[in-house]
Design a binder for this molecule. Structure first.
Ligand code: TYD
Length: 133
C-alpha cells in the first residue's frame, strides 16, 4: 500500500491569506479528467465505500476534516485529512471509504477519469474476488 500517499501542495502565505494549487502530472501523477466535491454530509454518514478499476484520485479536505480509510483487502490504512494544502493520492484498485466528516466539511476529489459506473466495484465480495482473496 506504499503507493497510497499524502502529497503536500504548494502554499503561498501572505497577509491576505493563503493560496494553494494543483497542476496535473506535476503535483499529482495523473491527468485531470474530472473534479467533484462532497459537502453537507450529515453527522455519522459514510461515503465512497467502493473500489475503482481504473480511476486514480486525489482527495483534499478543502474545509473541515474527514477520514479516508483505504484497504487492499487484507491491510487497512486510515488517513485524516484536515488541511487544504495537502491531499491523499489513491491509485486504482483499492477499497476506499470516507467517514467522520466534520460539520461543514468539504471534500474535493480530483479524478483521472470521466464518470463511469462501469469503473466501480461496489460489492466488497467482488473486490475481494478481483484481488484473488
Ligand atoms: P458515488 O460515487 O456512489 O458517491 P460516494 O462514492 O461519495 O458514496 O456517487 C453518488 C451518485 O452520484 C451516483 O449515482 C453516481 C453519481 N455521480 C455522477 O453522476 N458523477 C460523478 O462524477 C460522481 C462522483 C457521482
Amino acid at each position: 500500500m506504499d503507493d497510497i500517499k499524502i502529497i503536500h501542495l504548494p502554499k503561498y502565505e501572505d497577509l491576505r491569506g493563503n493560496l494553494s494549487f494543483i497542476e496535473e502530472e506535476d503535483h499529482i501523477p495523473f491527468k485531470i479528467k474530472r473534479v467533484y466535491w462532497i459537502y453537507d454530509v450529515p453527522g455519522g454518514m459514510r461515503r465512497g465505500g467502493h473500489s475503482f478499476k481504473i480511476q486514480q484520485e486525489f482527495i483534499v479536505a478543502l474545509s473541515g476534516s474527514f477520514d479516508v480509510e483505504v484497504s487492499d483487502g487484507i491491510n487497512n490504512k486510515t488517513f485524516q485529512l484536515n488541511r487544504s494544502y495537502y491531499g491523499l493520492y489513491v491509485p486504482a484498485g483499492y477499497w476506499r471509504e470516507m467517514n467522520s466528516f466534520s460539520t461543514n466539511s468539504l471534500a474535493l476529489v480530483i479524478s483521472s477519469t470521466e464518470f463511469s459506473e462501469n469503473d466501480y466495484i461496489r460489492e466488497h465480495s467482488d473486490f475481494l474476488k478481483l484481488r484473488s482473496l
